[in-house]
Design a protein around this ligand. Sequence first.
Ligand SMILES: *[C@@H]1O[C@H](CO)[C@@H](O)[C@H](O)[C@H]1NC(C)=O
Ligand SMILES: *[C@@H]1O[C@H](CO)[C@@H](O)[C@H](O)[C@H]1NC(C)=O
Ligand SMILES: *[C@@H]1O[C@H](CO)[C@@H](O)[C@H](O)[C@H]1NC(C)=O
Ligand SMILES: *[C@@H]1O[C@H](CO)[C@@H](O)[C@H](O)[C@H]1NC(C)=O
Ligand SMILES: *[C@@H]1O[C@H](CO)[C@@H](O)[C@H](O)[C@H]1NC(C)=O
Ligand SMILES: *[C@@H]1O[C@H](CO)[C@@H](O)[C@H](O)[C@H]1NC(C)=O
Ligand SMILES: *[C@@H]1O[C@H](CO)[C@@H](O)[C@H](O)[C@H]1NC(C)=O
Ligand SMILES: *[C@@H]1O[C@H](CO)[C@@H](O)[C@H](O)[C@H]1NC(C)=O
Ligand SMILES: *[C@@H]1O[C@H](CO)[C@@H](O)[C@H](O)[C@H]1NC(C)=O
Ligand SMILES: *[C@@H]1O[C@H](CO)[C@@H](O)[C@H](O)[C@H]1NC(C)=O
Ligand SMILES: *[C@@H]1O[C@H](CO)[C@@H](O)[C@H](O)[C@H]1NC(C)=O
Length: 496
Amino acid sequence: MAGQQHSPCFLHIQSIIALIFLFPLLQSQPATSPTLLRLTTLPLTLSVVDFGAIGDGVHHDTAAIQSAIDACPTFTSKVCYVTFPPGSYLTATVRLKSGVVLDVQEGAKILGGTRIGDYPREQSRWYVVLAENATDVGITGGGVVDGQGLAFVKRFDERKNVMVSWNRTGACYGDECRPRLVGFIGCKNVRVWNVRLTQPAYWCLHIVRCENTSIHDVSIYGDFNTPNNDGIDIDDSNNTVITRCHIDTGDDAICPKTYTAPLYNLTATNCWIRTKSSAIKFGSASWFDFKGLVFDNITIVDSHRGLGFQIRDGGNVSDITFSNINITTRYYDPSWWGRAEPIYVTTCPRDSRSKEGSISNLLFINITANSENGVFLSGSEGGLLRNLRFINMNITYRKWTKYEGGLLDYRPGCQGLVKHSIAGIIMEHIDGLEVENVNMRWFDNHLRRWNNPLDFRPSTVNNISLLNFHSGLYKVEIEKRERERSGRTTDNPHSF
Ligand SMILES: *[C@@H]1O[C@H](CO)[C@@H](O)[C@H](O)[C@H]1NC(C)=O
Ligand SMILES: *[C@@H]1O[C@H](CO)[C@@H](O)[C@H](O)[C@H]1NC(C)=O
Ligand SMILES: *[C@@H]1O[C@H](CO)[C@@H](O)[C@H](O)[C@H]1NC(C)=O
Ligand SMILES: *[C@@H]1O[C@H](CO)[C@@H](O)[C@H](O)[C@H]1NC(C)=O
Ligand SMILES: *[C@@H]1O[C@H](CO)[C@@H](O)[C@H](O)[C@H]1NC(C)=O
Ligand SMILES: *[C@@H]1O[C@H](CO)[C@@H](O)[C@H](O)[C@H]1NC(C)=O
Ligand SMILES: *[C@@H]1O[C@H](CO)[C@@H](O)[C@H](O)[C@H]1NC(C)=O
Ligand SMILES: *[C@@H]1O[C@H](CO)[C@@H](O)[C@H](O)[C@H]1NC(C)=O
Ligand SMILES: *[C@@H]1O[C@H](CO)[C@@H](O)[C@H](O)[C@H]1NC(C)=O
Ligand SMILES: *[C@@H]1O[C@H](CO)[C@@H](O)[C@H](O)[C@H]1NC(C)=O
Ligand SMILES: *[C@@H]1O[C@H](CO)[C@@H](O)[C@H](O)[C@H]1NC(C)=O
């Protein structure tokens, strides 16, 4: 019993007494009194309170939290739960390691620090909770991880908040220089479930170069006016499953990206989303391929864009399915990307040095949309849209906000914002589009400016098939009279 070399014995000792004696030997720092350690047999559970955490939301508990994590044995196949009992635990960056799951209990909250000194030197590691090159890691427990994002607002503005920038270090520029909330980088077997992630200062949940990630029963609440308040960003990762999520935030809600490697096999189901930007957005970082993604049973409410592809850097996209999706999109301030498009599929070179990626084999099936703008399908000369299928769709167009329409949004990069009259589906640079059982309805209200169902850019669109496609006016007046007769009156845009 005299040193670290004995630690493998730990695996085979089941007796609690033996664990209590051995345990201090596994720690890098002098232990708190061993009798304070609440060790059950399996799974192993350590409470941050036993390592000195105060949980008053005022004093930093970083050292206590990190000691609890570091006290988890490294050489075991069992998961070690690091428990946060009810309380508010203010902390600098906490680093997870293999085999550790944070158990943030109901009534407990991890509060991210708001000082630059609370985060590591490298901007790429600015997270409140960070796991790097770890396996079998996660967060759960029914509690909250909170980034105190509002403390990073320099000026509140209903159109778009002006944010603090930590760019003085030179690590990053402009206004995208704030810490993210939770990051898993280069990890395997990640599980985030039954937890609430709130008020990130920048992006919320970031999955980078990971393999086998499961995110379920997670709710995300960002600020609706804060830029870059993304929900879940998944970069260069394979085999990711997201289900039963509730995301209500300012920027893109579920956002796959490729910076250094392709992204395969992402599935997102049974989610509810509201955002001032795109609910689902591919890109815009898109240097490598995206393949085999499925989105099913998703409700998108009052968002600036529904299902979006912003492919800009040469990566190719293929084999993507969207099924059973209910979308409501509307205009917001144009400083946000998005023009109320329920479906937006674009690929163009970001700038003169960029390549053009292609997008092929997309299936949209069982889609309901209520929108202030039409569908935008825009390939580019060297990056065609190929084999797109729209099956069983009811799209209803009605304008209800005061914002002007009539702009095509190619941002970021490409042609920027371009004046163009509105249409039900705008198409350019496409080879292969099948439309089947699609019903487009138009509200005939005072803002009626558009009743052009299909707009093709001449000589760029090939091989189109329309089967049981219908476009017609929605008879508001008749509806209204019927409503009045049955004693109901309403101006609610969602009630139609
Ligand atoms: C994680 O692995 C990457 C790639 O092997 C390496 O560059 C990085 O330094 C590692 N990070 C840590 C914290 O070990
Ligand atoms: C830092 O960000 C502020 C606010 O966005 C901006 O005014 C300033 O020019 C930026 N400085 C650098 C070096 O990016
Ligand atoms: C994937 O990760 C989960 C934990 O999130 C684990 O239970 C499962 O065994 C892993 N699957 C593989 C194939 O490693
Ligand atoms: C994902 O799969 C692709 C193709 O096999 C591979 O190139 C890439 O390295 C994988 N990424 C990860 C994070 O495992
Ligand atoms: C993606 O999923 C398919 C089907 O399950 C599987 O065959 C393939 O290996 C997966 N790709 C990667 C990169 O893991
Ligand atoms: C669709 O997702 C919602 C949650 O957003 C869930 O309540 C419902 O049961 C799901 N429907 C199906 C058919 O799975
Ligand atoms: C995309 O596809 C084109 C055409 O097949 C190919 O030349 C290019 O290398 C692909 N892009 C990537 C990032 O693999
Ligand atoms: C779509 O969602 C809206 C609320 O966002 C709801 O009123 C409507 O009934 C839903 N439509 C369908 C077909 O599920
Ligand atoms: C579209 O509307 C028709 C008639 O109202 C309805 O039968 C059908 O289920 C709807 N389809 C979708 C995908 O909402
Ligand atoms: C589309 O909706 C129909 C009717 O509700 C259903 O039978 C079919 O399974 C759905 N298709 C998909 C791919 O979910
Ligand atoms: C036309 O497009 C469909 C799919 O949209 C594809 O299956 C078919 O092969 C294409 N036909 C030609 C002649 O390119």
